[in-house]
Design a binder for this molecule. Structure first.
Ligand code: ATP
Length: 311
């Protein structure tokens, strides 16, 4: 068994003048759920395509369980299943028929019933593909990837368009795949999905990996401060609070005689007496800054919303 499911070593992919992937190095261990995050155009899909053997890197090395996706395409195909963002499906077949046909392509496929159950598609089992809703079709696409019981399951934005229940089913199916010994690489724009589901995440920006690690690790490294949310009367002067050295960022929205304040600080305990004392703050809530703040910070958007509100 190969402990490393995926290795990217200084991988570059150019399309003419455009450098889509700019020297990424990354390993994904067998049995991990790894999330690739990044703004539109960051290079996530291109990276995924190189490991599926769909694109040849301009330079650098890609390995999947030790195999070269271009030179050893057949070996890679046996162990990897890729669910694309969109795919042509056989429209006149039912969900069950389609999955049975798909299963017949593989030597030891997953049970069709278990895939249907895991993805919450029981009610659509006898519905023709052409009649499925967007979210059901999306889950069926994931099902076609799960049916081969791949050692590496690759999902490109799998939860796009899913309602909260369907998304939960999808997450459960992905966790079950990992618990059965599988590895998962997924791209996502949902910070919640990354925090809830992924063992580790890599954040891409302009073709580079700008942060990589466990979600909690990234939060404590890039956004260790806490967020405080509270309400004060509109006549309270916030300038003294804003000027304090332990207030990193402060935004304020006035409405109906009240001001809703959000501030970031590394030392909430020192601020509590000030808020509850002279300022008379109410409805005080404390939150971790979270992966969203990490994302905005490492992709260069850290203070965009702050500037908009205060300028
Ligand atoms: P999204 O979140 O929007 O799906 P992404 O992170 O997956 O984005 P990619 O699709 O990998 O990003 O695109 C990275 C860059 O490469 C973009 O600038 C894109 O315009 C460019 N690109 C992607 N595919 C091609 C192609 N076939 N030919 C030329 N340029 C391409």
């Amino acid at each position: 068994m190969h402990d490393l499911a995926v290795v990217f070593d200084d991988v570059v992919k150019r399309y003419g003048e455009v450098t889509a992937v700019d020297g990424i190095s990354l390993t994904i261990a067998s049995g991990e759920v790894f999330g690739l995050l990044g703004p539109n155009g960051a290079g996530k899909t291109t990276s995924i395509e190189t490991l599926a053997g769909l694109r040849r890197p301009t330079s650098g090395t890609v390995r999947v369980f030790g195999f070269d996706p271009i030179e050893q395409r057949d070996q890679v195909r046996r162990v990897v299943a890729v669910q694309p963002q969109h795919a042509a499906l056989f429209e006149q077949q039912t969900v069950e028929e389609l999955l049975r046909v798909w299963a017949s392509f593989y030597r030891s496929p997953a049970g069709v019933d278990s895939v249907i159950r895991r993805l919450g598609l029981g009610d659509s089992r006898r519905v023709r593909v052409a009649k499925l809703s967007g979210g059901q079709r999306q889950r069926l696409l994931v099902g076609t990837a799960l049916i081969s019981r791949p050692r590496l399951l690759v999902l490109d934005e799998p939860s796009t368009g899913l309602d909260p229940n369907a998304r939960q089913d999808l997450w459960d199916a992905i966790r079950a795949h990992r618990d059965d010994g599988g590895t998962v690489l997924l791209s996502t724009h949902s910070m919640e999905e990354a925090e809830q589901l992924c063992d580790r995440v890599g954040i891409m920006h302009q073709g580079k990996i700008v942060a990589c690690g466990m979600p909690a690790e990234l939060v404590s490294r890039f956004a260790p401060e806490q967020e405080l949310h509270f309400t004060v009367s509109a006549d309270r002067d916030l300038e003294g609070l804003r000027a304090r050295a332990d207030v990193i960022e402060l935004t304020a929205h006035a409405r109906d005689g009240q001001t809703r304040v959000r501030l970031r600080t590394a030392d909430p305990d020192a601020l509590f007496p000030v808020l509850t004392g002279a300022l008379g703050a109410r409805q005080i809530q404390t939150r971790d800054a979270g992966l969203e703040t990490v994302f905005r910070r490492v992709t260069g958007r850290a203070f965009a919303d702050f500037d908009e509100v205060t300028s």
